[in-house]
Design a protein around this ligand. Structure first.
Ligand code: 8YV
Length: 300
């Protein structure tokens, strides 16, 4: 266990401790590092890859890996892993929580009570959750887990994905705009990266319309953020629940004063149970790579 591993960014404290107990972890990259461990937020850049001639594996803490250029890494003989599945439940739970919050105005009502406004009058009526037409953009593991939960709310479910998935009881739409047109709530559950950048465009938001809600637990890059801000500030859509933003931790200033927007600091996977499971899976990927050169959960 003497081959050095570069820790490219701060990680979960329990993971850092386990890494340092079991492996030779270095904070500064050197010519002889064979693996890098990083998070979905930071990844490893192509410049860093070029500077590390012995690098053969990049292990991500997180399911997303768009911060690392995987084809480039592969072209340099580097294998890449992520932490799928272990966070699916929590991310799906948060998507449903965000949807309920923005439709029923839970956090807005909480602010109403704290401001003392209840003594002065009634909180405005909200929007019913059960039975809504909901569209899922991106029907991967997380999108399916969201759909599964929403079925218990009698949601009328439809989706758009790169490919139609055979055998599912949900209506398929062949574009994000067609999906948005057909639903009252659009839930973004795609992966990030160049392939999905700006997929929720001003046209898609216009198709969602003044009575429509957007929920985003995927990546800020999937939504045209200036178009979203414009839609929210002008009544182009009814509201949004956002866990992700284009330039985290910076949230567009015009959103801060809006009561019809739920703003969350990228917490979809942030439970003790899930983060520990992600840390364990990242550790096991690294350990396996250092033991036999393979990864437990290589990226697809
Ligand atoms: C984490 C995420 O916030 O897994 C992902 O892709 O976005 C979140 O679970 C992230 O991994 C922390 O870096």
């Amino acid at each position: 266990m003497t081959r050095p591993v570069w820790q490219a960014c701060p990680l979960l404290p329990s993971l850092e401790e386990r890494l340092r107990t079991n492996h030779k972890i270095v904070d500064e990259p050197s010519d002889d590092v064979v693996a890098a461990i990083t998070s979905s937020r930071f990844g490893v850049t192509n410049e860093q890859i070029d500077a590390l001639p012995s690098l053969r594996a990049i292990v991500h803490f997180g399911v997303g890996y768009e911060t690392t250029d995987v084809p480039y890494a592969r072209s340099r003989g580097i294998v890449v892993s992520n932490t799928p599945d272990v966070l699916t439940d929590c991310v799906a739970d948060l998507a449903v929580g965000g949807m309920i919050d923005v439709l029923r105005r839970l956090t807005a009502a909480d602010r109403f009570v704290r401001r003392g406004d209840w003594r002065r009058g009634q909180f405005p009526l909200a929007t019913k959750v059960t039975g809504r037409r909901v569209g899922i953009l991106g029907l991967g593991r997380i999108g399916r887990a969201i759909a599964h939960r929403l079925a218990a709310f009698d949601a009328r479910l439809s989706y758009h994905s790169r490919h139609q998935v055979p055998g599912l009881p949900y209506t398929y739409h062949d574009s994000p705009a067609a999906l948005a047109e057909a639903v009252e709530v659009l839930v973004v559950a795609t992966s990030g990266g160049p392939a999905t950048a700006g997929l929720v465009s001003s046209d898609v938001l216009a198709a969602l319309g003044p009575a429509g809600y957007l929920v985003n637990i995927a990546r800020g890059s999937v939504v045209d953020e200036p178009a979203l801000v414009a839609a929210l500030t002008t009544g182009g859509i009814a509201g949004a629940a956002l866990d992700v933003f284009a330039d985290e931790p910076n949230v567009p200033e015009p959103l801060l004063g809006l009561d019809n927007v739920v703003l969350l600091p990228h917490i979809a996977s942030a439970t003790v149970e899930t983060r520990e499971a992600m840390g364990d899976l990242a550790f096991r990927n690294l350990h396996q790579f250092l033991t036999d050169g393979t990864l437990l959960t290589p990226v697809p």
